[in-house]
Structures are given as structure tokens and as C-alpha cells.
Design a protein around this ligand. Sequence first.
Ligand code: URA
Length: 309
Amino acid sequence: MSADYDQLLDATITYFEQLKAQGTRYVPVLPETLAGLSRAAASLPQIRSQPGTPAPVTATSAKASAVLMDGVAVVPKLPPVFSPTLTLTSAAPLTPGTPLSLDAKTQAIAELRERAMVCVKCPNLVASRKNVVFGVGDISSQIMFVGEAPGAEEDEQGEPFIGAAGQLLTKIIQTMGLSRQTVYIANILKCRPDTPGQTFGNRKPTPDEMKTCVPYLHAQVDLIQPKVLVALGSTAIEGLLSKPAYITKIRGQWHTYRGIPLMPTFHPSYLLRTEALQDKRRVWEDMLQVMEKVGLPVSDKQRGYFLKG
Ligand code: URA
């Protein structure tokens, strides 16, 4: 490769390093630019494997992004879901401690949302959905609630947790002294699971649907960087931790998702179905733990709920 090319590459790397130092994590790239970069990237390993040259170029397909690693931009092949826009993201996972400017976060979330809105990876869900339900709330919130999948009302309105279970979740959030606007709410699946031949009712997402869709949630968590995650029900836990979970066994105990404390609790739709007051009290106890973890004040009144009667 020519000296000119090397010079251009070095200038590009320097530019990305500057952006990265300023907190930029995502850079939009046009499809045609990506095509050019992909052709050039094919020959990068030979360039960089010369003795005395900087760190090797490493490609990661996991995030379907061009990655800035050791100051070197590399371009993995993109699965169709991430077309037509591409983001550049830091190779280091974005943990709650990693600063991300509000502008960068807002832009990256908007791009992610755009991609989710046109996602066609599950043909059955694309055919049946009315809306893609991306997520709602404050992208700077300390607390992020994760549910299973949109139901009929959510599909209709494009907003998570607005049906009966959602209204109960909203009440729980308000009892914590918060509001839907001050937390973030999202689901494992962004589309409503289809129910062919049925006019009502919901179904659990299939393992394939979860595997396909959950990268959007992982990316949301990476960007929002909440202090605490609340997983509502087994499906939410399974999606986040990628392993089977029995909510009755694990609720109320802190888990960790990519370094973020994760509290599993019962799904509000279960609370609507059950007569067991003790399970409602358990969810509230889990929320008190969440409040304490993020440093929210807990009043005597809040602590005393469910203690009387
Ligand atoms: N149940 C969920 O898990 N998510 C919603 O958005 C609505 C109901």
C-alpha cells in the first residue's frame, strides 16, 4: 500500500482518537463510505502486522459496528439489521462509570432507534406488528426497567408498558417517588409476538426471537448506562443474562449485568393475575432495595407499605 495511503490512514486514526478523547462513541458512516472502507480493511492486517507497527487490527462482529480499538478503526461485515447506517463504537464496553456526553448519548440512541424502527429480521413479527416499541423515558436515568415484549396496546401506541400491566408498573414507579419520565423502560423484544389465529392474548417470545432482538436492548443499556437494572419476570432476566431463570428463585437477589447491578422481580402482569398479597409485598421490597442502591430517600411511609393489615 502506498505512503499516501499510510498517511491518510494515520490522519484518520488521529482524527478518531481525538473524537474518542472528547467522548464521541458513535460516528455515522454512509453506506458508500462503508463499502470503500470494507475494501480497504481487507488489506489492513498485512499493513499492521509488519514488525514495529502499532497494535494489530482486530475486528469484532458482535456489535456489528466499526470499532475503534487501540486507536485503529476497523470495519467488520455488517449484518443487514444494521444497514443502512453504521456506528463507530468504542471497543471497551460502556459501563456506568464510562462518561458519555448527553449529546453523544442522544445521538447514538436516536440512531439505534432508527435502526430498530426499520428492523425486518423476524418476518412473522414484521408482518403482524403495527409499531416497533423501542423504549421510553429518560436516557440519563439511574434506573432502567426491562420487560418481556409489547402487548396489543403497546403495539398499537408504540410505547412500552401502557396496558394494564403497564399501569401497575407506572403505579409502582410513582410509589418509588419517580415517574415514567424519570426512569427508562424497554423490552427484550421490540415487536409484539404474533398470535396467528387468535384475536386476543399474548405469547412468550421464542428463543430465536429473543436472540435476534436482544442486541438492541444490550445497546440501549450500554448507552443509557443506568446505575441499576430492574428485570421484570423470567424472560427479561433470560434476555439480559442469556441463561434460563426461575423468577421465583432469584427475585430479590442482586445479579450483575456487564457490571451493572440487576434486580430481578415479578412481572406486573403476574401481580395482576395472582391473589397472593405476599408477592406484591415482595416486589415492593425489591423496589426498596433498588431505591437504596441508587441513593433515593426512602420515607417511613414507603418503608411501611404492606406492613400493616
Ligand atoms: N409486558 C411487557 O413485558 N412489556 C410491555 O411493554 C407490556 C407488557
